[in-house]
Design a protein around this ligand. Structure first.
Ligand SMILES: CC(C)(COP(=O)(O)OP(=O)(O)OC[C@H]1O[C@@H](n2cnc3c(N)ncnc32)[C@H](O)[C@@H]1OP(=O)(O)O)[C@@H](O)C(=O)NCCC(=O)NCCS
Length: 171
């Protein structure tokens, strides 16, 4: 069963809360999500996404077989970087290891490069997050370098990796 990307809806709040109320998911993301994460937190996120400029924050729900399984977005940067966007994604833990994230990243890149003027999509996974690095490699991203001691997460100083895919890259 393949994955598809679709617009968010406020009705996604209960399932989104189940996905995000998981330390194993949150430990691989930037800080800022509450923990525990409840339906009210999901509603706040969904209201913000639905109110955002869709050319600035390109955000989709990931689903398979009609079920919400995760989130993916490309956020346009500012100033001289206005034609670049940062990619972010996560899946609920039951859906890991099935190729879904790779497919979602490919679909998002296809959308971004065909429907917007963005020329570069980049991602900065924690270097230890081998699954996420592998997702990016499988989806045609190139490793540009290691960002040494670029973050402090849960009290640990962490390296991150910088990956990008350009409009003209083949995949
Ligand atoms: C990272 C994440 C998105 C991966 O999603 P996924 O659907 O399981 O990814 P895929 O199945 O498409 O691909 C995972 C790849 O990583 C590999 N992998 C998984 N764990 C690994 C590990 N510990 N070491 C090396 N490779 C690993 C898998 O074997 C697979 O590669 P393969 O197809 O060559 O075998 C998912 O685990 C997740 O949501 N994690 C929490 C949030 C997160 O990390 N988000 C990304 C932030 S940058």
């Amino acid at each position: 069963m393949g994955v598809s990307l679709r617009a968010w809806s406020l009705a996604d709040a209960p399932e989104l809360a189940r996905i995000c109320n998981n330390k194993k998911v949150q430990d691989n993301l930037r800080d800022g999500l509450p923990f525990p994460y409840g339906e009210e937190d999901a509603k706040v996120f969904l209201s913000e996404v639905l109110a955002a400029d869709p050319d600035q924050n390109i955000a989709f729900a990931i689903e398979t077989d009609g079920r919400l399984i995760g989130s993916i977005s490309a956020s346009r940067c500012g100033n001289i970087h206005f034609r670049t966007a940062e990619l972010g994604y996560y899946l609920g833990e039951p859906y890991w290891g099935k190729g879904y994230a790779t497919e979602a990243v490919r679909l998002l890149c296809g959308y971004v490069f065909s429907r917007t003027d963005i020329i570069r999509v980049f991602a900065e996974p924690f270097a230890y997050n081998l699954a996420s690095c592998r997702v990016l490699e499988k989806a045609g991203f190139q490793l540009e370098g290691v960002l040494r001691s670029n973050a402090v997460k849960n009290g640990r100083i962490l390296d991150m990796k910088l990956y990008s895919r350009l409009r003209e890259d083949q995949n």
